[in-house]
Design a binder for this molecule. Structure first.
Ligand SMILES: O=C(O)CCC(=O)C(=O)O
Ligand SMILES: [Fe+2]
Length: 328
């Protein structure tokens, strides 16, 4: 199967084809992902898809059990806080029980199918702002457990919701390009973090989220020019990390593991070479008191949807950005 490989700008909305990246994104969030994955370099050699893990093979939790678990605090080990501060990401075990993952995965399947249908092979299908119309997804986005972890890891008094996301890398979809999210979030802070919550086990061949270790990795690649139509930026980052011995963690995820990556963390994900979709819920939080940058870019995507009524430079506190977590 040919993995997504495109070196033209035909995935860019027409209004965004000319000029640099200092312009608002003209399409919707799915258009953004369809474009974004074309910026990843992929091995052209076709490979067989192997069987992948589906939803956890346990009985699903009830909706009440999901809400209860997501409301309870997680016992965060000080070594994990220290690891996050040093390496800009951390993985935490057993943040979600297998039964809760199962229930969320079932619901996500329904939501994705309703939005994208069945004909999705090879694509990266996304959903966002599910919390506005779905009770279970609201329990995740507004979870005191997940929000509390975000505040504790960032070591800030409180965090607000930026947006939720479902990220479904369908069978045969290629890599996610190297990037760091500070570039994506139009926020005047690096105190932002994304909880990446897999909806199954994710073995290596399924494309687990993978992280370059260290808060300062950014400096190693700061001189590389972003490429909005081809894969040159992604290739240059890969090359630079190899040359400078930047350690990359690309471990599989077990059911219930959740990773938290800072806006400073460089990350990527491999192709999904399995027969099952690689699905995760990804929710982003930022420090309360943050302002929107003066000049959002193409890479900021559909940010106005996540901060309605807030103009560049304004305080990021719309009604869609409730305070979700507090540091104890
Ligand atoms: O799921 C992926 O492959 C990419 C997700 C990502 O970049 C993020 O959640 O920040
Ligand atoms: Fe990201």
């Amino acid at each position: 199967m040919a993995l997504n490989d495109s070196t033209t700008n035909d995935r860019l909305p027409e209004q965004n084809r000319d000029g640099g990246i200092d312009q608002d994104w003209a399409g919707d969030d799915q258009d953004w992902w369809d474009w974004y994955v074309t910026l990843a370099a992929n091995d052209a050699t076709p490979t067989e898809l192997v069987e992948g893990p589906g939803m956890p093979e346990v009985e699903a939790a009830t909706d009440e059990q999901v809400e209860r678990e997501l409301a309870e605090p997680y016992d965060l080990d000080p070594a994990s806080v220290e690891a996050f501060a040093r390496q800009a990401f951390v993985r935490l075990p057993a943040v979600l029980s297998p039964a809760v993952v199962r229930r969320l995965a079932e619901r996500l399947e329904e939501l994705l199918r309703a939005e994208h249908g069945d004909d999705v092979a090879g694509r990266f299908t996304a959903l966002e702002q599910m919390w506005l119309h779905d009770d279970l997804m609201r329990a995740v986005a507004l979870s005191p457990r997940i929000g509390g972890l975000a505040a504790a890891l960032l070591d800030v008094p409180g965090v607000r919701l930026y947006h939720d996301n479902a990220l479904s890398k369908e069978p045969g979809c290629g890599r996610t390009p190297w990037h760091h999210d500070a570039e994506h979030f139009p926020l005047q802070t690096t105190d932002a973090v994304t909880a990446w919550m897999p909806m199954s086990a994710i073995p290596g061949r399924m494309g687990p989220l993978s992280f370059a270790r260290g808060r300062d990795v950014l400096n190693e690649v700061a001189d590389l020019e972003f490429d909005k139509v081809g894969t040159s930026y992604d290739e240059a980052v890969t090359q630079r990390f190899l040359e400078r011995d930047v350690a990359v963690e690309a471990e599989p995820f077990a059911v219930g593991d959740v990773s938290f990556h800072s806006a400073l963390c460089f990350h990527t994900a491999g192709p999904n070479r399995t027969t099952q979709p690689r699905r995760a819920l990804a929710t982003t939080y930022f420090a309360d008191g943050t302002r929107v940058v003066e000049s959002p870019t193409l890479i900021s995507g559909t940010w106005r949807e996540f901060l309605p009524g807030i103009e560049p430079g304004g305080l990021a506190d719309s009604e869609l950005n409730p305070v979700v977590g507090r540091r104890d």
